[in-house]
Design a protein around this ligand. Structure first.
Ligand SMILES: [Mg+2]
Length: 306
């Protein structure tokens, strides 16, 4: 009998997993897995548990929001074990699940783990840490996570613009040196984001065009500090609409990049606190994670959240 470790965060998505937990476990168990259930108890518990115990199991499944996914993927990579991962999203935005076509409905996502197709996905390396789909600095990061989902659904990009405008006066910029094959720059930047995802902060298309999660490349967006109100408007609109050309917003793809600064810059990784750094080295680890997805021929609709 194949052994499955099911790690879930009881607090994710306002505890929505509680209502589906027994069905999810039944679906996995009926397919013949010997299921071990592990509710996480504190921050980094999921990471440490998977790092320590991955070798005892044939398959790892996690359920929670972006933070839980980030922890479990980090634990799995640190363990050095090659294991297929199943993901049952239970957060509020779930950009990454949307990019992979993993359904929001938990029982459907659980069925995908037994009947889906493994997909070899890229993972980001951030100094000695990992991120699944986004590493970012600057104020827009918390705008995207703090703009209420119902507002985003109702107003789309407008909600984001409103929230961004509201905070314009409080944006802090950082003096950075950015170096990679595709782009070299030094100056003041107000925001930056390195992604491997179709959507970020609940906005599909924000990272750019022709996104592939297994091409070994990140999408990068860097926003220079605007000098006046007109540049501010230009910046916000160029962030939201990737087709708009702008001197203020730099977009490119790369597989390796180094960002340095004299003063420490606060980063987020997968929407969680990523620490303060004066040097960040980013590497795309091509196709290192096998994750269960619907596959190409069987697209699963993922709701109206986008
Ligand atoms: Mg990519």
């Amino acid at each position: 009998m194949e052994k499955l470790l099911f790690v879930y965060n009881p607090c994710s998505g306002k505890g929505q997993i509680r209502g589906s937990l027994s069905q999810v476990i039944e679906i996995l168990s009926k397919k013949g897995y010997d299921v071990t259930v592990y509710p996480t108890k504190r921050e980094m518990d999921g990471c440490e548990t998977v790092e320590k115990r991955a070798k005892e199991f044939d398959l790892i499944v996690c359920s929670g929001g972006d933070g839980t996914l980030d922890e479990v993927v980090t634990g799995l990579l640190r363990s050095g074990q090659k294991r297929v991962l199943g993901y049952i999203p239970a957060g509020s935005t779930n950009d990454f699940a949307n990019s992979l076509g993993i359904p929001k409905q938990m029982e459907q996502a659980a069925r995908l783990i037994t009947d889906g197709v493994p997909f070899s996905c890229d993972i980001g390396k951030f100094n000695d840490n990992y991120f699944v789909y986004v590493a970012a600095f600057g104020m827009l990061t918390d705008v995207s996570y703090q703009t209420r989902q119902d507002l985003k659904n109702a107003l789309g990009h407008a909600a984001y613009v409103l929230e961004a405008m509201k905070r314009m006066g409080t944006w802090r910029s950082s003096h950075l040196h950015v170096e990679c094959e595709e782009y070299t720059g030094e100056g003041d930047y107000v925001f930056g984001m390195v992604t491997n995802s179709d959507s970020v902060g609940g906005f599909k298309g924000l990272p750019g065009k022709n996104v592939a999660l297994n091409d070994g490349m990140f999408e990068v967006m860097l926003v220079h500090t605007p000098k006046n109100l007109i540049e501010w408007q230009e910046a916000i609109s160029a962030v939201l609409f990737p087709d708009q050309k702008s001197e203020v917003v730099q977009r490119f793809k790369t597989k390796h990049m180094v960002i340095t600064s004299e003063t420490p810059v606060a980063w987020t990784r997968d929407g969680e606190n990523g620490g303060e750094h004066t040097r960040v080295e980013l590497d795309n680890m091509c196709q290192v994670l096998e994750i269960m997805t619907p596959g190409d021929d069987e697209p699963v609709p993922h709701g109206a959240a986008l």
